[in-house]
Design a protein around this ligand. Sequence first.
Ligand code: ADP
Ligand code: MG
Length: 769
Amino acid sequence: AVPSATVCQTASNKPSCKPAVFIPVDRAPEIQEARLKLPILAEEQSIMEAINENPVVVICGETGSGKTTQVPQFLYEAGYTSSTGAIGITEPRRVAAVSMSQRVAKEMNLSRRVVSYQIRYEGNVTDETQIKFMTDGVLLKEIQKDFLLSKYKVVIIDEAHERSMYTDILIGLLSRIVPLREKKGLPLKLIIMSATLRVEDFTENKRLFSAVPPVIQVDARQFPVTIHFNKKTPLDDYSGECFRKVCKIHRMLPSGGILVFLTGQAEVHSLCRRLRKAFPFQKNNTAGDDDKEESVEEIRKFKKSRKRKKAMTLPKIDLDNYSVIPVDEGDEDRDAETDDDVAGSDLDLDLGDADSEEDEKSDSSLPLYVLPLYSLLAPEKQAKVFRPPPPGTRLCVVATNVAETSLTIPGIKYVVDCGKVKKRFYDKITGVSSFRVTWTSQASANQRAGRAGRTEPGHCYRLYSSAVFMDFEQFSAPEITKRPVEDLILQMKALNIEKVINFPFPTPPPAEALAAAEELLIALGALKEPLMTGRPAVSEEETAKLKGKKARLLQMQRIWAGQGLLQKLGDLMVMLGAVGACEYAGCTPKFCEENGLRYKAMLEIRRLRGQLTTAVNSVCSDAGLYIDPKMKPPTEAQATYLRQIVLAGLGDHVARRAQAEELLDDKWKNAYKTALLDEPVFIHPSSILFKQLPEFVVYQEIVETTKLYMKGVSAVEPEWIPVLLPPYCHFGKPLENPPPSYCPETGRIRCHRPSVFYRVSWQLPAVEV
Ligand code: ADP
Ligand code: MG
């Protein structure tokens, strides 16, 4: 074991920083050797001095300089952990929390009981944990339980340059927690780490910290990277262009790993497959075999077989107890093929590329070791990118922007950057979200290029022209300024922060958006109910990923949708049926696999249900009520109550079928009118209510592809609306239309204030209240 003090001296050539306490770490010699090469080791002394002397410190350093893996180790060695206090590190991405905790445990030769991670519903934290990696959402939840975060001695906010919403909220909250802990005589250190020098929102914001925190810059040993712009910018086929570029690099340029940046999982797989075909590896190429089952080709074959509409043997759910009875199902299928592209950010199954594939064969004898990398890839497959490629091969990693700053892949000399990123766009006023592939920012393109110069001079091939690059936005705006603020307000209220408008956000969201959201939440009754913390979010992962089991799931949906009044609950009944059926089948991976459900999501739902039933049962036990966690299918009456509850919670998401005057225009055929949009909105083809077209529905979200589609749809009865949502109803003369406005983000014309427009657009049937 090499004592840390020696490390410090060797690395920096400065006199040793003698920590007051020194906890030795027994590192393996090869780990120690690799550490010594990291630029951050040269700054250990100045970092520790700054932390010892200041409550808040900002550390900026190029990706790969060692911030995430080394700073927790510096703190550990300097005695910043004990049985009463731990070091907490937050990451905006789950993959980073898991992978970094593994890496640090390995470097320090410590058990995972001591260096642990916690992401939502999953983790290995124990009583012995001293270094804890977690997602930013997890720390926010902990603040709700213990505002002073008393079990931590240090909190590190990592990847602060990403400006995720939770990171920004955490920094705002910690700016208040740090002085409170100081007053109590139990100081808490806050360290903000960023891959860029753009930290003035944290350091120069007078509302955040009373004293300007010191900024320590880690000089990266970055080698020069030659940037090659394309003369022309390919308009659509950037994936094909990536393929051609990788082929050229591999055939013509000296050894060195290649890293390709694409925008989503399907593109990544498609390119991996093409490259493996072009530069075949020997038969036992484990990299190739590994994700075969996920390949685009497989999915395409599956879809084709589905189109043939062969009769399939499917289990049927007995709704009395959700038991599964195998039966022969007919071939009726709904047309949900039309818009696979509406799925979530990393999850799309875009098959365009696979269709247009050329059978390009290489004359090169050197095999290419091709690995995919994206957030939802299983951790053991992700870990492969850190290992050296098999001898006699060249490494080629095809990644989404997770390889931009979260994970550093060793040995990369060539970067191929398509210049694009898949982003969720959200119109704050209308609530319409859409996923779009757009140009990335200059800052992120430069981060991508930087990946090529870590160990020797490198090259970055940008598949767009320099003129296009000059038009990129400089940095992407903080998430908090771009997304809906309703759940932000509810989170803050759950933390007992009454005046959200006065909260010290590093970059505050627009005051009018906060005010409008607050008004909406009051109209929905969400802010009066002390127990309410927001409508349950269906995560992108849950809604978007069904992979190759989609056809079967579509058939199962009809079974889960139930009969009679249950059907009116629509897509929510389908979800309830799926969860119930899974529960009764013992929630096994096999059941999920066979029925197109995602096993991990089912486990998460199960755990969440467990938490909720326990909480509700503890509140209701005095009244003699008990909820059986083994959920029974709802009765028709219960399903009706559920629809009313959903309506009360999604009051601003009510839609009415187009009526006579709208139907004069063909574009309104089968369309719905929502409160906030002038345009026709349709029930998504994947919805169980797609063909039924009830008069009034509530939806969970609107996604935009070729049209505006509602997802997560349930039917509601019009006479419930004035009872459950009085602020949205008006029985008198219609008000004048508010002037429309233009949303620059989505290019959509929208109407103003929801409540006004409801009053205008709906003359609801008069009912006795
Ligand atoms: P930063 O946080 O500054 O971007 P990191 O601490 O993540 O830097 O990475 C420092 C070094 O550790 C990099 O060279 C990276 O390749 C290496 N590294 C990180 N995780 C692993 C891992 N799981 N296996 C091998 N090397 C790793
Ligand atoms: Mg990092």
